[in-house]
Ligand binder design. Structure first.
Ligand SMILES: NC(=O)c1ccc[n+]([C@@H]2O[C@H](COP(=O)([O-])OP(=O)(O)OC[C@H]3O[C@@H](n4cnc5c(N)ncnc54)[C@H](O)[C@@H]3O)[C@@H](O)[C@H]2O)c1
Length: 295
């Protein structure tokens, strides 16, 4: 099999289910060695079996993305089995608990930020150096969301975490370009997965928020609406094919739902209006033509 992925190795967090598993199947079918790393060990074993049955070279590693040592163990095991690592998919994430500003407890913010933001930081800090070291270049795909491109009422913590992933991806794309490592932010809208059941993976450290999540489910505090939206989403297999297509055309933002162009584009209009307003300002307008110096 000859394509730019064949014979290379991908590490996929949250690779036992949903989007992560579909990417494992897709890249595996393109001839990559696949490392699936996931907090759900039962699903991990089933996913490993399915990939093996499809003749894909696979390694399964238990991983909670919030735990740096588990990332280090994953890298050690991946390199021992397959040699160099070329791709990291920071996919593991949780949907949080839909709720108003005041209903969203500090513990919920902590859980969402630890998994969705620090999980991506931990993955990139541990796997990134391995991709850099061999000098052949590679890919880092950070799974953000359309929610990272536009705020969403009653999902402040989730949207903020995904905006952080978009921003980190932009920063890292500039930093890693000289190393021939392409960093992209995958921003899907709704995809048919179990993201609305994220509380199933709640770590013991965050158990205090379980009650709030169960309440949101039983009283329709937004959780049932989220479920309906996710179930109306595109199949994971379609998303996976789109990711491969977009990587081949070198996209920094990978969009899977062109119908979101208008609302996200409207944000662009608002930004442009805000710049025009600043240009016309007697207070700061004189800065308009100043040279921009970046790091
Ligand atoms: N489904 C959607 O509509 C949608 C839309 C935009 C973005 N996303 C993002 O896609 C990514 C994948 O989600 P999904 O939709 O496939 O959901 P999912 O719940 O079906 O799959 C998530 C996978 O991550 C694993 N996981 C959860 N917490 C983990 C942790 N702490 N450490 C390691 N593994 C963990 C789960 O066991 C599961 O296998 C997430 O980052 C999510 O925010 C999903």
């Amino acid at each position: 099999m000859s394509n730019q992925f064949a014979g290379k190795t991908a590490v996929i967090s949250g690779g036992a289910g949903g989007i992560g598993f579909a990417l494992a199947e897709e890249f595996g079918q393109l001839g990559m060695n696949i490392v699936i790393a996931d907090i759900d060990q039962t699903q991990l074993a089933q996913a490993q079996q399915k990939l093996q049955d499809a003749n894909i070279s696979v390694l399964a590693c238990p991983l909670d993305v919030t735990q740096v040592e588990q990332w280090q163990d994953t890298v050690t095991a991946a390199e021992a089995k397959f040699g160099n690592i070329h791709m990291l998919v920071n996919n593991a994430g949780v949907g949080g608990i839909p709720g108003t500003i005041n209903d969203t407890k500090l513990e919920t913010w902590q859980w969402v930020m630890d998994v969705n933001v620090m999980g991506v930081v931990n993955g990139t800090q541990t796997v990134g150096p391995s991709i850099k070291r061999h000098g052949q270049g590679g890919w880092i795909i950070n799974v953000a969301s359309m929610a990272g491109m536009m705020g969403i009422a009653h999902s402040g913590a989730y949207a903020a975490s995904k905006a952080a992933v978009v921003s980190m991806s932009e920063s890292w794309a500039a930093e890693l370009k000289p190393h021939n490592i392409a960093v992209s932010a995958l921003c899907p809208a709704f995809v048919k997965t179990r993201i609305h059941e994220s509380l199933r993976n709640l770590q013991p450290a965050y158990q205090s928020i379980k009650e709030q999540g169960d309440k949101s489910m039983s009283t329709d505090g937004g959780a049932n609406h989220a479920k309906a939206l996710v179930e109306s989403g595109i199949p994971t297999s379609v998303l996976a094919k789109r990711v491969v297509e977009a990587l081949q055309s070198g996209q920094t933002y990978i969009f899977t739902h062109p119908n979101f162009r208008a609302p996200v584009g409207y944000r662009g209009v608002l930004l442009d209006n805000a710049f025009a307003d600043a240009e016309n300002s007697p207070v700061v307008g004189h800065l308009k033509d100043d040279e921009i110096v970046m790091l």
